[in-house]
Design a protein around this ligand. Structure first.
Ligand SMILES: [Fe+2]
Ligand SMILES: [Fe+2]
Length: 270
C-alpha cells in the first residue's frame, strides 16, 4: 500500500482547477492519503473533505489543524466532522478513532493536537495568532480583566492535554502489537520539529508552534517500546524538516505554501 502524506493544504486558498489537479496527483500516487490538518476553515472543511472523498474513493486518514476551526468553534467543528466521517465510507477522522491497522505490521493513529504554550516563552511572546480571535473557545481571554494571558494559557494547555490523553490511549493499543506506528498530528510535538523558514522556532514562536504534552507521551511510549518504530507526521509551521528524537522516534514536519497543496511524501506500507 502506498500512503501519500500531505499537510496544510488550506484548500480555501486554492481555486477549483487547482484542487482538481491536486486530487489527480493524489489519485495517481497513492492507495490511501494521510492529512495532518489545516484543510480549510470551519465553514468549508466538511465540503473539502467530501470533495476529496468523492474524487479519491480511497481511505483518507486525517486530523484537523487550527485553521479548520477559524470562524467557528473547536467543539462544534470536531462534532460535525466526526458525524461526517461516521457516514462517509472513506473518511477516517483519527481524533475520533483510537487506531487503524494498515497492514499486519503497521498501524496509524492521530489527533489534531494543539500548540499548548509550554515550550518557549509564552509570557514574553509577542506573537498573536489569528487563532486567539477567530476561534470561539480561544476568544474569551480578551474579556478577562486580570491576567488575560494566563486564561488563554490555561485553554491552550487543556487542548494540549486532551490530545495527549488521546495519544496515551491509542499508543497503549498499538505499541505492543505493531512494529511500525504512523502518528498524524497537526502541531509539532517537539522543539526540534518546529521548522519554520529553514530554522527551528525560537522562544517567541515555540509556545504557538509546539505541543509539549503530546511530545511527552510519544517520548515515553517510544522509550518503553524500543521494538516499535514511531514515525510522526505533522505540519502547522509550514517549514519542512526532520527530527530524530530517539532511534525509534522520528518526526517529519511538512513544508507548505498557501495556495499550493503538495504531496509531502509517499510511504510504502509493508
Ligand atoms: Fe497551516
Ligand atoms: Fe496550523
Amino acid at each position: 500500500m502506498r500512503l501519500a502524506w500531505t499537510t496544510d493544504i488550506h484548500l480555501n486558498f486554492v481555486k477549483a482547477a487547482g484542487r482538481q489537479r491536486f486530487l489527480e496527483s493524489l489519485s495517481e500516487a497513492a492507495d490511501a492519503v494521510a492529512i495532518s490538518g489545516d484543510i480549510g476553515e470551519s465553514h468549508d472543511v466538511e465540503a473539502y473533505l467530501r470533495e476529496m472523498q468523492d474524487h479519491l474513493q480511497r481511505p483518507i486518514f486525517f486530523v484537523l489543524g487550527n485553521h479548520d476551526f477559524y470562524r467557528g468553534s473547536i467543539v462544534e467543528t470536531r462534532s460535525a466532522v466526526t458525524r461526517l466521517a461516521a457516514q462517509a465510507p472513506h473518511l477516517v477522522y483519527l481524533s475520533a478513532t483510537t487506531a487503524v491497522e494498515l497492514s499486519p505490521q503497521t498501524a496509524i493513529i492521530g489527533h489534531d493536537g494543539w500548540a499548548d504554550a509550554r515550550l518557549g516563552d509564552f509570557t514574553g511572546s509577542t506573537v498573536m495568532l489569528n487563532d486567539y480571535r477567530l476561534i470561539e473557545e480561544l476568544r474569551g481571554w480578551r474579556r478577562e480583566v486580570s491576567h488575560p494571558r494566563e486564561s488563554l494559557r490555561r485553554v491552550l494547555q487543556e487542548l494540549g492535554d486532551e490530545a495527549a490523553r488521546h495519544f496515551q490511549q491509542a499508543l497503549a493499543e498499538v505499541t505492543g502489537r505493531y512494529r511500525y506506528v504512523i502518528v498524524i498530528t497537526h502541531v509539532p510535538p517537539f522543539r526540534e520539529a518546529t521548522w519554520h523558514q529553514q530554522q527551528i522556532s525560537d522562544d517567541n514562536w515555540l509556545p504557538h508552534f509546539s505541543c509539549k504534552a503530546v511530545g511527552d507521551v510519544l517520548l515515553q511510549a517510544a522509550e518503553a517500546n524500543p521494538g516499535c518504530q514511531l514515525l510522526v507526521l505533522c505540519g502547522h509551521t509550514h517549514g519542512g524538516g526532520e527530527a530524530q528524537i530517539l532511534d525509534n522516534l522520528q518526526v517529519l514536519t511538512g513544508e507548505a505554501e498557501y495556495g499550493r497543496p503538495e504531496i509531502q511524501r509517499i510511504l510504502e506500507i509493508a
